[in-house]
Structure formats: C-alpha cells, structure tokens
Design a protein around this ligand. Structure first.
Ligand SMILES: Cc1cc2nc3c(=O)[nH]c(=O)nc-3n(C[C@H](O)[C@H](O)[C@H](O)COP(=O)(O)OP(=O)(O)OC[C@H]3O[C@@H](n4cnc5c(N)ncnc54)[C@H](O)[C@@H]3O)c2cc1C
Length: 239
C-alpha cells in the first residue's frame, strides 16, 4: 500500500493509566484511511529549536470503514513527541505519513502467540480486533495473547481483552504482572516466564512480539531455545 502524507485531527484522548493514553484521530480531507493491522504511522512536529522531529507509532485500532484510527501511547520521561501527543487537545491537528511497516499477519492464518509489554500491545489490539471481526478470519485457529504489565493499573484494554476471550473459545488472554498487588490472582513475572508453559512443546505456531528491545531479545532467545524456526518469530522493536 503506498504511503501518503496526512493531517490527523485528535477526536478523543483518554487515560489508560496515569502515563498512558488512548488517542483517537480522524484523517482530514479523505473519506477513507486504509492500512493493514500491525502497521504504523510517522508523526511530525517541530521542536522549539526549529528542528522537525518524527516518531513512529503503531496503529492500535483495526482497519475500518472511514478515516479514523487510534494510538496507544506512553509518556517517555523527557521525551519530545510522546509528551507532545499526550498533551494534544481534542480538535488539534498534526502531520503524519504512512501507513508503514511489514509487522502484519502473514497469510494463511495459523495458530499464533502474540507477546507484548506496555504499549507494545498497540499492533495486537489492531490485529486481534481485525481477526475476531469476522468468523472466517479466525475459525479453526487458536490465538494466545501474553501481555506483560507492571501492575493492575497498567493492563491496557483489559476489559476489552477479557470480553474478547469470553466471547471466543479460541482466544486465550494471559495478562501477567511483574509487580502485581497482593490481590492479583493472575499470572506474575515477565512474559517470557509464561511462554514455554503456554505453548506446551509446540513449535508449529507463529509468534509476534512487540515492545522494547530487551523483552524482544529475551523472547526470541527463548523461542529459539525451544526449537522454533527464526522465521516463525516476527517482531517490532520500539527502541
Ligand atoms: C515502529 C515503531 C512503532 C512504535 N509504536 C509506538 C506505540 O504504539 N506507542 C508508543 O508509546 N511508542 C511507540 N514507539 C516508540 C516511539 O516511536 C518513540 O520512540 C517514543 O514515544 C519516545 O519518543 P519521544 O520523542 O517522546 O522521546 P525521545 O525524545 O526520542 O527520547 C527521550 C529519552 O527516552 C528514551 N526512549 C526513547 N524511546 C523510548 C521508549 N519507547 N521507551 C522508553 N524510553 C525511550 C531515549 O533513549 C531518550 O533517552 C514506536 C517505535 C517504533 C520504532
């Protein structure tokens, strides 16, 4: 799909946690904005020193009719673009280009495990809503989402994923907390602590991993040590 330059207008900005926001935009002047689940956009904004800064953000919503899309964005301490976007007010506009990226589902759809930490959930929210948006896209396959967060308040889109799992026996949602409170009865530790047990010796799936470099490396190393082919492990690095 060829990339284009757009003006995006912020329609809605909601807190997912105290440092993280879900932002909904509309592309201005176009009836449709087409992309493939898992792709990202490049946003531009000029720094006060005159320098044009660009940063990549995964699209967190599934492809849909119309010109809307969403982002899931974390404030990085002293970060330029993440703070600018988190402070953007509804109705304000900014420039972006896209869609870019080949971190997309490879046909034919097979059983898959999605592994994310933090805002690395963004492309998987897009993919999962796309997959479960139509029965023909997911029937006969199994999907696992292993989602790592620090504490209960950082499990972005938790109710949404619980709802998706309640409605689909082939979607297995496994949130895991590295610093969960004493009340947390779910999984604890890092995402990679739960992969071997979840896969139960299987090496015939596809893995999609998204987040920071350290987490991606830990999961790639683990999957390869379990006998996975490197080409069955796809990843998107945020840093
Ligand atoms: C393909 C792609 C998709 C991405 N999608 C998303 C997304 O959906 N949501 C999202 O929140 N981010 C996403 N990112 C990360 C994003 O592009 C920025 O790197 C991030 O928002 C920081 O930018 P900044 O301008 O605020 O910080 P900068 O001014 O660039 O950096 C400030 C400081 O923070 C450090 N830093 C940079 N990036 C990170 C980071 N991600 N985490 C922790 N520390 C960091 C830097 O080393 C620096 O010291 C994506 C990155 C890529 C490459």
């Amino acid at each position: 799909m060829p990339f284009r330059s757009f003006t995006a207008r912020l329609i809605r900005s909601v807190f997912l946690s105290d440092q993280t926001r879900h932002l909904e935009f509309e592309m201005q002047g176009v009836p449709r904005f087409d992309f493939v689940a898992g792709q990202w956009l490049s946003f531009q904004h000029r720094h006060s020193d005159g320098q044009e800064i660009t940063r990549a953000y995964s699209i967190a919503s599934p492809p849909a009719e119309g010109n809307g899309f969403a982002l899931c964005l974390n404030r990085v301490a002293n970060g330029f673009m993440s703070n600018f976007l988190c402070e953007l007010r509804e109705g304000e506009e900014l420039s972006c280009q896209g869609p870019f990226g080949d971190f997309i589902l490879r046909p034919p759809v097979r059983d898959m495990v999605f592994i994310a930490t933090g805002t690395g959930i963004a492309p998987f929210r897009s993919m999962l809503h796309w997959l479960f948006g139509e029965e023909s896209r997911h029937q006969g396959q199994q999907f696992w989402l292993v989602f790592g967060s620090r504490s209960e308040t950082d499990i972005y889109y938790h109710q949404e994923f619980l709802g998706l799992a309640a409605g689909h026996a082939n979607f297995h949602y496994l949130p895991t907390l590295s610093r969960g409170s004493t009340e947390w009865t779910g999984r604890r530790g890092y995402v990679q602590d739960h992969i071997a047990g979840t896969l139960a010796g299987r090496t015939d799936l596809e893995a999609y991993v998204c987040g920071l470099d350290k987490m991606i490396k830990a999961n790639r190393d683990l999957l390869e040590s379990l006998g996975w082919e490197p080409k069955a492990i796809r990843y998107e690095k945020y840093d």
